[in-house]
Design a protein. Structure first.
Length: 505
């Protein structure tokens, strides 16, 4: 029904074109016009995901809604798009996130409003392009292109150290991608074009696979970010405006995991298995060490940023522990559990952590501080906000009934089949996340009133209430009915596991 409509292209280019229009909406005296254009564009793009989801066939792992047009035919480069069960959810997540960010930024952003809204719309189009691209060069163009609006977002609307944070963010992520381009060019010499799917059946030696895996890893590990290339994230989160932090947490970090699922595991399965021990160790360091670092933070955004590194370590663990499971049991069933848990964890982290960043932004608007010690007794003045923030904090901890529990439970359940030691270290995240999250909540919302400004704080306004209500609904819905997600990517995960566990030697 919808196959003849270029839905994938529309979801990429509608926000980009809307962003360009928004950019020229006028100065801050006409800020309302820019906000309305941005909201209308984001809403239209969200509506485009409805026929995309309804027309998606969950029973096949094949790419759907495929679009293929010659771009640079001489070099085998095509404008080729498609989605499977993994990428369609990331596309929908992108549109939901941008829609909520536009609403959440309605009042807090008062300077260069048109440019701010334009940056987020263009950024959304670029990120959706990453998730939809089936051509490696097109993927790389979108991958690098989305760095520019995020760099401007941090550099123009960020905090006191925004210049340092934006440059650090750009250099880490840009330089990390350089070797990925070389790896893609090398793979092109083995095929007739840059179609990512044509890379999957290639026979590669172990040396080739390890080299390509490392090249990909440098790009994806920085984006996730994995320890020890994670240091750009706390600075970027701390200095970015609330909307920028939400996009970083909800989408940009997920692009690194998506790269591992789309490139590293299916293209270099033998290298992935050979180096899985190293990847598991790095993931466990992120889970344990970074969580300990988070406990000592005094800035709320910095604490949540370190929490993100720890939770993403849980997701990378899910990707590579499957090799230990298959080697030990020879059964893909438990590997299914782990990898599907990783997918749910990605989506859950986007909603719960993104909501917490928005919550910190709301507090900053009220008191112009992010220091935990500057608050206290907030629940008495903002009871509705306190209730919402408690829900998101509990989701971050992994409370049953919230989205955070589902992913962590599936990953831990699957990792039991690999190693009790791995499971023991991975499960420490349940203790540490409860420690730093609930301790922060107690001091901010129920501690003694420290600043005089707390007495003058008011509860949620309508835009804030709307955004937090939608996020709360998603967190509870996924926690109660995770099959809404599992049924979409189950078949694609199975296909990915077959590719990722079949030797190419």
């Amino acid at each position: 029904m919808f196959t003849d409509v270029p839905l994938l292209s529309l979801i990429i280019w509608v926000p980009i074109i809307g962003g360009i229009v928004c950019m020229f909406a006028g100065d801050d005296r006409k800020a309302t016009r820019a906000r309305c254009i941005a909201l209308f564009t984001a809403f239209i793009n969200l509506l485009l995901c409805v026929p995309l989801y309804l027309g998606f066939d969950k029973t096949t792992a094949n790419m759907q809604f495929v679009e293929n047009v010659d771009w640079i035919a001489k070099f085998g480069v095509h404008y080729q798009l498609g989605v499977d069960g993994i990428s369609i959810l990331m596309v929908i997540l992108s549109t939901i996130t941008t829609f909520l960010v536009v609403i959440a930024s309605w009042r807090p952003i008062k300077k260069n409003v048109a440019q701010y809204m334009a940056a987020f719309l263009i950024m959304q189009g670029m990120m959706v392009g990453v998730f939809e691209s089936l051509d490696a060069i097109l993927f790389y163009v979108f991958w690098e292109g989305m760095l520019i609006p995020m760099y401007l977002c941090i550099g123009m609307w960020g905090g006191a150290r925004r210049t340092y944070a934006s440059i650090k963010f750009f250099l880490y992520t840009f330089l990390g991608s350089a070797l990925m381009l070389i790896a893609l060019l090398y793979l092109r010499t083995k095929t007739t074009d840059f179609n990512i799917l044509s890379f999957y059946p290639l026979k590669l030696t172990m040396t080739e696979q390890v080299t390509i895996f490392i090249a990909f890893l440098l790009a994806f590990a920085v984006k996730i970010p994995m320890w020890p290339v994670h240091t750009w994230l706390p600075d970027a989160h701390t200095e970015a405006p609330a909307g920028g932090s939400v996009v970083l947490a909800a989408l940009m970090l997920k692009m690194g995991i998506y790269g591992i699922l789309r490139f590293s595991m299916p293209i270099t399965p033998d290298a992935s298995q050979h180096l899985s021990g190293l990847m598991i160790v790095l993931s466990l360091i992120a889970i344990v060490y970074i969580a300990v670092v988070a406990v000592g933070q005094t800035d709320m955004k910095r604490l949540i940023a370190y929490s993100s590194v720890a939770h993403m370590g849980f997701t990378t663990l899910a990707c590579f522990v499957v090799y230990k499971i298959v080697a030990k049991t020879g059964d893909l069933h438990d590997a299914y559990l782990t990898l599907e848990g990783g997918m749910v964890q990605m989506l859950s982290h986007a909603f719960s952590t993104g909501a917490m960043f928005l919550g910190v932004g709301i507090l900053y608007e009220r008191l112009h501080s992010r220091e935990i010690n500057a608050f206290g007794g907030v629940a008495h003045k903002m009871p509705m906000f306190a209730a919402f923030f408690m829900l998101f904090a509990l989701a971050n901890v992994g409370l049953p009934g919230t989205s955070g529990f589902v992913g962590e439970f599936l990953i831990i359940l699957g990792s039991f089949k690999a190693s009790y030691v791995i499971t023991l270290f991975a499960a420490t995240t349940l203790v540490f996340s409860a420690t730093y999250t609930l301790w922060m909540y107690k001091r901010v919302f129920f501690g003694p009133v420290v600043a005089q400004g707390v007495e003058n704080m008011h509860d949620l306004e309508m835009p804030e209430y709307t955004v937090l209500f939608i996020l709360a609904f998603l967190v509870i819905f996924i926690g109660v009915y995770p099959n809404a997600l599992l049924s979409v990517f189950h078949t694609s995960i199975g296909h990915l596991l077959e590719l990722s566990t079949t030797s190419k030697l």
